[in-house]
Design a protein. Sequence first.
Length: 327
Amino acid sequence: MRWSTEDWHTAGEPFRIVRDVPTHGTTVAERRVEAMTGEADGIRRFLCLEPRGHDDMYGGFLTPPDDDGADFGVLFWHKDGFSTACGHGTIALGAWAVRTGVVASDPDGDTTVTIDVPSGRVQARVRQRAGRIQEVVFRNVESRVLARGIALDTSRGPVQADLVFGGAVYATLPAEQVGLAVVPEATADLIRIGREIKWALNEHPAAQLADSRLSGVYGTILVDDLGRTERGPWQRNVTVFADGEVDRSPCGSGTAARVALLSATGVLGDDEELTHDSIIGTRFQAIVAERTSDGVIPEVRGLAHRVGTSTFDLDDADPLSDGFSLR
């Protein structure tokens, strides 16, 4: 078996793009369910885990779209399985589709790449000048607050967390509630408490959605408030998702969830912009693009960069063909 990949990163978070992986279903959401226990899951492990990847690797298998309204579909994956949404991956896929010519583009304007993902249909609006990509705007599915002020006893004391949907369900709270700051030297402690809160709230009634395929807490967002810029609130966050994976970027769908929460609480006005920094200092900027009856449609601005290509071969005698994780 041989698999070729093209690797990108968005604000420091990896995204490994893989074509021609066999998946089955009439929609991307159906393909995700089948992939969890099918052949695609073995390919995920092969490409994601050590020794060919690592515990914080992230990527996507390209699929056909649900219908002619999208350019293609994608199954997002990480070390523990397949996620329902991924904003940083959508940004990377928009840049990739334009750069490779998969979607015809305007070298001096905006090109919209429409992508079907398990949580719905999203867009990456790729802005170019003289054929060079300047930025990518991720337009997400409707994002909304699910529950506020959930009291929880943790190993670092009592906290109050909010549950918000941004294509996936996130628990979110200020890092100061657990006596931490969002800084690289606190990463191990942030992972521990992030995992603890995720699993404590995973079965919470508010995290059980009408579409059960989207239910459960995907990650925990811990936030530092950095005040305000001239354009709106300024925050730094770390998203601990799956089972202890750390997003190096400000997290695209997590940023969308934060937009929904900050808008609902009056911190982010309709004419303002959230400046959202990551634990490594990279940045997304986000706005409320549209209001809906239940929430908002967020748009998140960022940029992705190509890292390189790889070809991975499976040695039939390799005892570690399924990969391994130390986390």
